[in-house]
Design a protein around this ligand. Structure first.
Ligand SMILES: O=C(CO)[C@H](O)[C@H](O)COP(=O)(O)O
Ligand SMILES: [Fe+2]
Length: 226
């Protein structure tokens, strides 16, 4: 299994963002997770397309933009222009989910849907052909440093079943990402439930030695029975 680790810059030192991104990639990160909060869809306010554009020259790692915003479409287009590689959004925040997925892909990015703890996976029913990534939230969105909600494991298993059935039928791969409360001590269990891409903010940026944390996560993933 090809596992990917995606540090969330939500927990980075924003005063030294370029350096924080270079450091985490040097420490072995595969993807940069970029949390966008609008103080409307979620009760917090973070960073926008100008910051994405500013960090783009600092890394060749894919930038994974997690949009916690409503409405979605105009900002998705701005992030595609600002250098994002992957753009995910919450389906209940879009008026027209199929159109938003198409808009992101037409702009040259991978597109994904994000599922809050209480959001049904049935949003996937008619759009799998336009989805490149499924992101399961294991916390309620809005803040870093929250505890992993164990019920998310069942949701991850259900999403894995959908993806495997789809891939068997079409041959096309869809990534399964998990976001919220991912740590060294639970990453193996999350992988065994079916995830292949792991967002970790406070677990990585909250420790002084990023490489030690990422190495420990990879050592746990190597033990996963998938
Ligand atoms: O989308 C998010 C919150 O809405 C963040 O990506 C997530 O919470 C990462 O932080 P941590 O690993 O500290 O839980
Ligand atoms: Fe996120």
């Amino acid at each position: 299994m090809n596992y990917r680790i995606a540090p969330s810059i939500l927990s980075a030192d924003f005063a030294r963002l370029g350096e924080e991104i270079r450091d985490v990639v040097a420490a072995g990160a595969d993807i940069i997770h970029f949390d966008v909060m609008d103080n409307h869809y979620v009760p917090n306010l973070t960073i926008g397309p100008m910051v994405c554009e500013a960090i783009r020259p600092h890394t060749s790692a894919p930038i994974d933009v997690h949009l916690m915003v409503k409405p979605v479409d105009a900002l998705a287009a701005m992030f595609a222009k600002a250098g994002a590689d992957i753009i995910t959004f919450h389906p209940e925040a879009s008026e027209h989910v199929d159109r938003t997925l198409g808009l992101i892909r037409d702009a040259g990015c991978k597109a994904g849907l994000v599922f809050n703890p209480a959001t049904s996976l049935s949003y996937l029913d008619h759009v799998m052909d336009k989805v490149d990534m499924i992101l399961i939230m294991s916390v309620n969105p809005g803040f870093g440093g929250q505890s992993f909600i164990p019920e998310a494991l069942n949701k991850i298993r259900a999403a894995r079943e959908r993806i495997d059935a789809y891939t068997a039928r079409t041959g096309r791969e869809i990534w399964l990402e998990v976001d919220g409360g991912v740590k060294v001590d639970n990453i193996r269990e999350i992988a065994e439930a079916g995830a292949d891409t792991f967002v970790a903010g406070s677990a990585i940026y909250g420790k002084p030695d990023y490489k030690a944390v990422i190495d420990a996560m990879r050592a746990e993933l190597a033990k996963a029975g998938r």
